[in-house]
Design a protein around this ligand. Structure first.
Ligand code: ATP
Ligand code: MG
Ligand code: MG
Length: 383
């Protein structure tokens, strides 16, 4: 089959930094992006053909995307699967990944059950609706455990470690809704794999090592500093996960590596993922280009490593929201192997993802790249 280039329009629900970087990847291929996002002048707006202002479940906005695009996709888990499915049917527009996949992933309990059912290894978990459930979960899984909101959590908001039964009421109050408890994994490392599902082909990028502090991703190291056996096990688990998912696209699969070198799945993102940003410089076909190719049914691009790479996030280091202004980027701009990515968010908030820096080269080694990336990011402030 021959693919028409340029002649494709992709409609994306969500216009945050992921949509923005999709837009950056779309340009050279002649792909045009339309995004819908509730925030006027969203991060993707300056990069894409057009932003339609609308909530992530706004029927009219999603319908307009679908009417004008060859395929409908999303870059945020808050996209409404029901509206996307409905609009897809009404306008005969394919929706990728499948809204059913998004529906499963949106609810961490449903997601875990789907994984467990097919034998994918993951932390032991239990449904928690009330204090009795949480007490039972503690007896079964042991204290401390991790209490998670079933829906809507990101960057660790929605997670609450619970040390002992005395904290049950407070923890449930904080979560404030349906939850699940997971055994607290004493992991050696966290890993992630960006998988790509195309038209009859499946591929994955090299395993990424992810470093979280306060449950937020700070740095990613690629390829991960792990031995071959762990790498092979992680890839096997990732391909098993990809097998379960319906619809084309890039998926971010978050993993724990235990002390024994076992692999457990933490969660899946049905979209490009923060831990795959290094693919922009570290591979020939970034996760963003890959996602567009995948949803359009074009041949997948090369996922092989071009150069080891380390990404460090630029997180809002302020105590309260204020207009965002970036200061201290000179050393990044002066470092030959460094690439600065600024998401164009107008307002900085505590720990908000404002941008990232990637260092890619094969001379210095990953440890050195990581230390340098940390230094460069430390120089940046937002006032
Ligand atoms: P994201 O921004 O990745 O979507 P999230 O809010 O969905 O984050 P999780 O990925 O579930 O949250 O958890 C965030 C982090 O908390 C993990 O990367 C890990 O460091 C820690 N964590 C989560 N679950 C567990 C667990 N069962 N045991 C130990 N640590 C955990
Ligand atoms: Mg998550
Ligand atoms: Mg996560």
């Amino acid at each position: 089959m021959n693919h028409r280039t340029p002649a494709a329009t992709v409609g994306v629900v969500g216009g945050g930094q992921l949509g923005r970087m999709m837009g950056e990847a779309a340009g050279p291929l002649g792909i045009e992006l339309l995004v819908s996002d509730p925030t006027p002048d969203c991060p993707a707006a300056p990069i894409v053909r057009e932003q339609i202002v609308g909530e992530f479940d706004d029927y009219d906005a999603i319908r307009e995307l679908a009417e004008r695009a060859d395929v409908l996709t999303f870059e945020i888990e808050l996209a409404d699967p029901d509206e996307m499915a409905r609009v897809g049917e009404e306008t005969d527009t394919p929706v990728h990944p499948d809204p059913d996949t998004l529906r499963t992933i949106q609810d961490k309990l449903v997601q875990n059950r789907a994984l467990a059912e097919t034998g994918v290894p993951l932390p032991a978990f239990r449904r928690v609706d009330d204090a009795d459930d949480l007490r039972d979960a503690g007896e079964e899984l042991g204290w401390p455990l991790m209490l998670k909101a079933r829906e809507g959590g990101y960057d660790g908001r929605g997670n609450r470690p619970v040390d002992a039964p005395e904290e049950i009421d407070e923890a449930l109050d904080e979560i404030g809704g349906p939850a699940l408890a997971e055994e607290l994994v004493d992991f050696e490392r966290e890993l992630a794999i960006m998988g790509a599902v195309g038209d009859g082909e499946t591929d994955a990028y090299p395993v990424t090592e992810t470093i979280q502090r306060e449950e937020i991703l700070r740095e990613s190291v690629a390829p991960a500093r792990i031995d071959d056996a762990v790498r092979d096990r992680a890839r096997k688990v990732a391909f098993d996960v990809l097998d379960l998912l319906d619809g084309r696209g890039v998926y971010g699969i978050e993993l724990f590596e235990t002390d024994d070198g076992d692999i457990l799945v933490n969660e899946i993102a049905p979209r490009p993922h923060n831990s795959g940003h290094w693919t922009i410089e570290g591979t020939r076909c970034s996760q963003f280009e890959q996602h567009l190719r995948a949803v359009l049914g074009w041949p997948l691009g090369d996922t092989a490593l071009r150069s080891p790479a380390v990404t460090a996030n630029l997180l809002g280091d302020v105590e309260s929201p204020r207009p965002a202004e970036l200061v201290g980027t000179d050393s990044i701009l002066e470092t030959p192997e460094a690439s600065l990515h600024w998401y164009g968010k107008r307002e900085v908030r505590p720990l908000r993802k404002m941008g990232h820096v990637t260092l890619a080269d094969d001379e210095h080694g990953r440890d050195a790249l990581l230390s340098r990336a940390r230094e460069l990011v430390d120089d940046v402030t937002f006032e």
